[in-house]
Design a protein around this ligand. Structure first.
Ligand SMILES: Nc1ncnc2c1ncn2[C@@H]1O[C@H](COP(=O)(O)OP(=O)(O)OP(=O)(O)O)[C@@H](O)[C@H]1O
Length: 232
């Protein structure tokens, strides 16, 4: 799913003070891209991702998912849209502790219209042999693989990852990023990754840098031309 942000602003008001977490942010991403959002702490990365995932609303501006102007949808329409089209992966996995790996994915599958097969997704993330284990019986990297499986079970058009490797060591981080790359290729999922990890750049099609709520730089990775590079 292609994405377009046009002059997106997020303003927080406290009393008479106002603070802009995002100010006039405009960018595009083509369908099937992996996009990295980089920037220092407090620069607005998570705010951007949450607005993209419709778990937060912009104060101003326009957000297009393909031809659909999502900024115009009602809260109810947005929830429905998000449920079928957007998957989330967080830094701390957020798995349900008293459910097995399989059951954690099953819960997500039940919430969506036409889920993929749980076994197929477990296989894709390399976790079929661990399907009956509970989260505390799995390493951090394995838990993140299950949380990725849970996010992609609905075959979302858009996968949003907020610091997916933030709690993992170097090698495990590399494996999780390779898995996201594999999913992008297997399912054509558009993936946004918020990270502090600048070494991620080589696997991304597009790198967006934020500072103080504004975009300071957008780079296309020449080594990895977008699957559907189009002019906007
Ligand atoms: N509910 C809120 N009310 C007021 N200010 C907020 C609120 N949520 C976020 N902010 C502010 O907006 C700015 C951007 O926050 P955001 O979490 O998007 O940054 P970030 O780049 O993801 O940071 P980090 O890398 O530390 O997670 C921060 O200065 C933060 O304090």
């Amino acid at each position: 799913m292609s994405i377009k942000f046009k002059n997106v602003t997020k303003e927080y008001k406290t009393g008479t003070n106002s603070f802009y977490a995002l100010k006039n942010v405009s960018f595009k991403a083509n369908e099937g891209e992996i996009v990295a959002i980089l920037g220092p702490s407090g620069s607005g990365k998570s705010t951007l991702l949450n607005i993209l995932g419709e778990i937060d609303r912009a104060t101003d501006g326009e957000i297009m998912f393909g031809d659909l102007n999502v900024s115009k949808l009602s809260d109810k329409e947005l929830t429905k849209y998000r449920r079928n089209n957007v998957g989330f992966v967080f830094q701390f996995y957020n798995l349900i502790p008293n459910l097995t790996a399989f059951e954690n994915i099953e819960v997500a599958a039940e919430l969506t219209k036409s889920p993929l097969k749980i076994e197929e997704v477990l296989e894709a993330v390399g976790m079929l042999q661990n399907k009956n284990k509970f989260p505390q019986q799995l390493s951090g990297g394995e838990q993140q693989r299950i949380s990725i499986a849970r996010a992609i079970i609905k075959n979302p058009k858009l996968l949003l990852c907020d610091e997916p490797t933030g709690a993992l060591d170097y090698n495990t981080s590399k494996e999780v990023l390779e898995l996201l790359d594999k999913i992008n290729k297997m399912y054509g999922t558009t993936i946004f990754i918020v990270t502090h990890n600048t070494s991620i750049a080589s696997m991304c099609h597009r790198i967006i840098k934020l500072r103080s709520g504004q975009i300071t730089d957008v780079k296309l990775n020449k080594e990895r031309i977008s699957p559907k590079e189009v002019e906007w």
